[in-house]
Design a protein around this ligand. Structure first.
Ligand SMILES: Nc1ncnc2c1ncn2[C@@H]1O[C@H](COP(=O)(O)OP(=O)(O)O)[C@@H](O)[C@H]1O
Ligand SMILES: [Mg+2]
Length: 239
């Protein structure tokens, strides 16, 4: 059975898809075929763009439907979008699809939606999903002012629910950081007792909405992938 983790974030639009896609590139470079799974994608008009991006980065021959079993029209929390659309999200189906990935791939990346307490169905959140599927978390955070609070809230809720936090990844780190951007990572590490595993720079030409990789492949994703892999393999890592 392969390993798996959930890529969550402090909010929607922070960089989950970018980091999950980048990690898929990194694991591929390490020689690990990577499964990509997004239980539900909302705000889908036409193609599910997150799922497409993940599929493109991982090179998996599996279908888009296997990457994303539920696509929902309105850009809302999946539980709300599904209810308004009259769609029933079946957790047993999601669990079964997840199993199909981890049975075949050494590493599977599960992308959440929004942040940890977003409901997937009813009042079952992505944190509940992570606990149910036994997924440790990688938390994607913004570099800017506000991120200390959002990141620490996420770390604390995760731990209160018994989830393991592999680390934090900051996405879109500016070339010329201001004082907040410069000081945030150390504060997050000290107060969150968590490691900031990478500061991913702002990558030119990259757009998950346009399905464009831009300079994504220029970044040394294998370094982050190797670090994440080490943490996944060992239960006890010094923070
Ligand atoms: N490191 C980065 N460099 C350039 N653009 C980024 C970066 N991280 C995120 N983005 C952009 O920010 C937007 C939101 O990122 P995305 O990964 O789709 O967020 P999420 O999956 O958390 O909703 C997208 O337009 C994406 O291309
Ligand atoms: Mg996304």
């Amino acid at each position: 059975m392969g390993k798996a983790l959930m890529v969550t974030a402090t909010d929607t639009g922070v960089g989950k898809t970018v980091v999950a896609g980048g990690l898929a590139v990194g694991f591929r470079r390490m020689g690990l075929q990577t499964g990509v799974f997004k239980p539900a994608e909302s705000g889908v008009v036409g193609e599910p763009l997150d799922a497409l991006f993940l599929k493109m980065c991982s090179n998996t021959p599996r279908s888009l439907e296997e990457v994303v079993p539920y696509t929902l029209r309105e850009p809302l929390a999946p539980a709300v979008a599904a209810e308004r659309e009259g769609v029933g999200i079946d957790l047993v189906l999601i669990g079964g699809r997840f199993r199909k990935w981890i049975e075949a791939y050494p590493i599977t990346l599960v992308e959440g939606a929004g942040g940890l307490l977003v409901p997937l169905t009813g009042s079952f959140t992505y944190a509940d999903l992570a606990r149910w599927l036994d997924l440790p978390l990688l938390i994607v955070s913004r570099p800017s002012l506000g991120t200390i609070n959002h990141t620490l809230l996420t770390v604390r809720v995760a731990r209160a629910m018994g989830l393991r936090v592999l680390g934090v990844v900051i996405s879109g780190y500016p070339e010329e950081p201001g004082v907040a951007e410069e000081t945030n990572p150390a504060v997050i590490e000290r107060m969150g007792h968590v490691k900031v595993l990478a500061l991913i720079p702002y990558i030119p030409g990259l757009s998950t909405e346009k399905g464009e990789l831009g300079d994504l492949e220029v970044y040394p994703w294998e370094e982050l992938a190797a670090e994440v892999w080490e943490r996944l393999k060992s239960k006890w890592v010094e923070e």
